[in-house]
Ligand binder design. Structure first.
Ligand code: GLU
Length: 743
């Protein structure tokens, strides 16, 4: 076998004769080592911890995955971090598991390390360990200071636990000599807790620790939560300490989450370790799903770099690439999400604006989710290094949500984080006030006001109400229709009926029954016909002789309405039985103080029967159009919007039909001008007179005018209002797409 020294000499010799026989030299240089017998694989030693702890089984897991990657590792049990680093410094081991705080001491030559171990390098950050402070039951301590003079198991000499116990007690103002410190192995410490031979025990380890589980399960100890100020002080002395949560689900008999000090567990080595080995180790470790899951391995190098210890070059490169990939995935996700959002917004612009205008609760929802997401991102950026609650994006989302409602349990630790937390909290509060106000006004509008309107109607002036004069079998169905959910406003209905009529009806909510004569001026005045939205005069029996009384009623209403104090004509709808009386009734109502409409059941029936005979099925169309109900269409009326003054009916139809694409289903059918109604008016009207029809000038376009009303088929009057008469804000939003179209 050729030793490396012999090999070097050979190369030197050959290079002298190289000019003569270069090919031979090359063959010897490259093939000679191959001719030698293979060296046995090198076995690397890894210092771990107590077989009862988490380090030891983790180290075995690392050895197993490394073996598969062609790196042989022998695991050595130890007392813990401090001893491991001592061994690493001595050259007794090649690799070690350690806590970040102890490693930082070793690297800097502090905390019991005589010389700085400047060749120390991080291979991989592993997980966050928690400093468990176990108190013997039934002893109760309020503050850590209360441990003064008590028997405390502080971990074996040379462990990281001992270092943490010392630091935490120091933060509480105690030195190790001020407590009765016992250096016990984890196992002995737990046995002593059980037997009451110690009052407290410190254990720094990953969560959950099997031994800690044992003493909590059998009730021999409870888990102590150090106060936040103490943790803040601790971070001031050692900045890489963080606040670590132990969840109630991590251990038995834990009622709530316990926040304690946390340190990072690291896999370390010396700088002379070959890059190839480090690379293989890092890859094998992060590829092992089992280890990653069981020990919640983080694979993030940021937390390790905080300790000031350099990371091995190949490991650093590997983690940087991983982080880049993660960031790229996140970025791709964000871009994709933004594109989808942009597409949806552009494609359904009008529908979305309309939905947003209508659905106030959706707006509240959008406000809260925006606050939540941006707040959580800001908190992640400021907190993730020191605060377990914000250590990754998803945890930040959860903690951010809690910050919106309260500042307490997931409180930020950094100054910037606290400022952001307060802002989020205040904005959250504002959101809640908004939501409450919306809910209250929704409830007030839908439930309380109608009750009040009904209940207090007697005390208040009746206004914009319906007056039903007289009563017959059509009455109940009519009330139901007028108080249908489909209408945007349910008005007070005042019924003027004789004693003995409509006996089952009682005043309640928005219905008020007044007793009186239908043709009596005094009684009609009492129900404020002059201020009504509409007056409906019903016949009191099915006889044609009733028409005379109906006409008297019309005259009485007309007289009241033409009196002083009434401005616009009051809509009066009268039911007339005998078609022969329709003209007389119209004559009785022919006055500008009222807008009379006669409904003749006979006439309607006649038309319906004959039309349906011609087009079977047609009666169903009319029946449906005549019933107000949510989710299907009836005929509603609105003013023709200003922008259509002077335009054709077709222009109105075209613009309306276009809206159907974005989800507003309105179908214009007729225009009302004064007392006339034009159904489906044609774009041109023949001018009557001498000119011949084929003369082009004879055709004048039929144009809409100011004051025209539109009848349209749609589900609810709200649809019409939103489409043609939106609020100023809505109008603005409507204008934006309109301008785009113009371009
Ligand atoms: N962090 C502990 C120490 O260094 C060891 C924890 C364990 O073995 O799981 O003392």
């Amino acid at each position: 076998m050729i030793t490396p020294t012999q090999e070097r000499r050979l190369v030197l010799y050959l290079s002298r004769v190289a000019s003569a026989s270069l090919p031979v030299a090359l063959f010897l240089i490259f093939a000679a080592p191959g001719l030698a017998a293979p060296a046995p694989p090198r076995v690397y030693t890894l210092a771990s911890g107590s077989p009862q702890g988490v380090y030891f089984p983790l180290a075995q897991g690392i050895a197993a995955v490394a073996h598969k990657a062609g790196v042989e590792i022998r695991v050595l049990p130890s007392e813990g971090s401090k001893q491991n680093l001592g061994w690493l410094a001595d050259g007794r081991v090649d690799l070690a598991l350690t806590q970040s705080d102890v490693a930082s001491d070793a690297y800097g030559g502090r905390g019991g390390f005589a010389r700085p171990l400047s060749s120390l390098r991080v291979i991989a950050p592993l997980y966050t360990e928690a400093v468990h402070i176990l108190i013997h039951r039934p002893l109760y301590i309020h503050r850590l200071e209360d441990l003064r003079g008590k028997r405390v198991a502080v971990g074996p000499a040379g462990s990281g636990t001992e270092a943490n116990a010392t630091q935490l007690l120091a933060a509480a103002g105690l030195t190790l000599s001020e407590v009765d410190a016992r250096h016990l192995s984890i196992e002995d410490a737990m046995a002593s807790l059980r037997q009451g031979q110690v009052d407290a025990a410190f254990v720094t380890s990953g969560i959950p620790s099997a031994v800690v589980k044992g003493v909590l399960a059998d009730g021999s100890a409870s888990l102590f939560e150090p106060d936040r100020d103490l943790l803040d002080r601790l971070r001031e002395t050692c900045p890489f300490f963080l606040n670590k949560n132990i969840e109630a689900s991590d251990y038995p008999r834990l009622n709530e989450e316990v926040t304690t000090a946390g340190v990072q567990a690291l896999l370390v080595g010396r700088s002379n370790l070959s890059a190839a080995i480090v690379d293989r180790l890092v890859r094998a470790l992060s590829a092992s799903k089992e280890l990653t899951a069981r020990y919640a391995l983080t694979g993030e190098s940021a937390s390790a770099s905080d300790t000031g210890i350099p990371t091995f070059e190949p490991a650093q490169r590997f983690f940087a690439v991983q982080a880049l990939l993660r960031r790229q995935k996140l970025l791709a996700g964000i871009i994709l999400g933004a594109l989808v959002l942009a597409f949806v917004v552009l494609r359904f612009q009008r529908g979305i604006w309309r939905l947003l205008r209508r659905a106030e609760f959706l707006r509240v929802g959008i406000y809260f989710s925006t606050l939540w997401i941006t707040g959580s991102i800001a908190l992640y950026l400021t907190e993730h290094r020191v605060n377990e609650n914000y250590s990754n994006f998803w945890k930040s989302m959860w903690s951010g949500l809690i910050t919106i409602y309260s500042l307490s349990s997931k409180e930020p630790l950094t100054l910037e984080g606290r400022v952001i937390g307060i802002i989020i909290f205040l904005l959250g509060l504002a959101g809640i006030v908004w939501l409450t106000e919306r809910l209250a006004s929704f409830y007030l509008e839908k439930k309380i006001l109608p009750l009040l309107r009904g209940g207090f109607a007697r005390m208040h002036k009746m206004k914009d109400h319906y007056v039903v004069v007289g009563w017959n079998k059509k009455g109940p169905g009519m009330l139901a229709q007028l108080h249908n959910d489909d209408l945007d406003q349910n008005r007070l209905i005042v019924i003027l009926a004789k004693e003995g009529q409509a006996d089952h009806l009682e005043s309640h909510g928005l219905i008020q029954v007044e007793r009186g004569e239908r043709a009596s001026e005094a009684d009609l005045k009492r129900v404020h016909v002059q201020a009504a939205h509409a007056v409906i005069i019903l016949a009191e029996s099915d006889e044609a002789s009733e028409d005379a009384k109906t006409i008297l009623s019309i005259l009485a209403v007309r007289k009241i309405c033409s009196g002083p104090g009434s401005q616009k004509p009051v809509a009066v709808i009268a039911e007339i039985f005998d078609p022969g009386n329709v003209e007389l009734a119209s004559f009785a109502g022919n006055d500008k103080s009222i807008a009379l409409e006669i409904v003749s059941a006979h006439k309607v029936g006649e038309g319906l029967l004959s039309h349906t005979a011609v087009h079977p099925g047609l009666s169903k169309v009319y029946h449906q159009l005549l019933a107000f109900s949510k989710g299907h269409s009836e005929i509603h009326r609105t003013r023709v919007p200003m922008e259509f003054d002077g335009k054709t009916f077709d222009a109105l139809v075209a613009s309306t039909v276009e809206q159907r694409l974005s989800g507003t289903y309105v179908l214009p059918i007729a225009i009302q001008r004064g007392s006339e109604v034009y159904i489906n008016p044609t774009p041109t009207a023949q001018r009557k007179g001498k000119r011949k029809p084929e003369d082009k000038d004879a055709e004048v376009p039929w144009l809409l005018q100011k004051g025209d009303y539109l009848f349209a088929i749609c589900d609810s009057p709200k649809d019409l209002k939103e489409l043609y008469h939106p609020s100023p804000r809505g109008l603005l939003q409507k204008l934006i797409p309109a301008r785009e179209e113009a371009e």
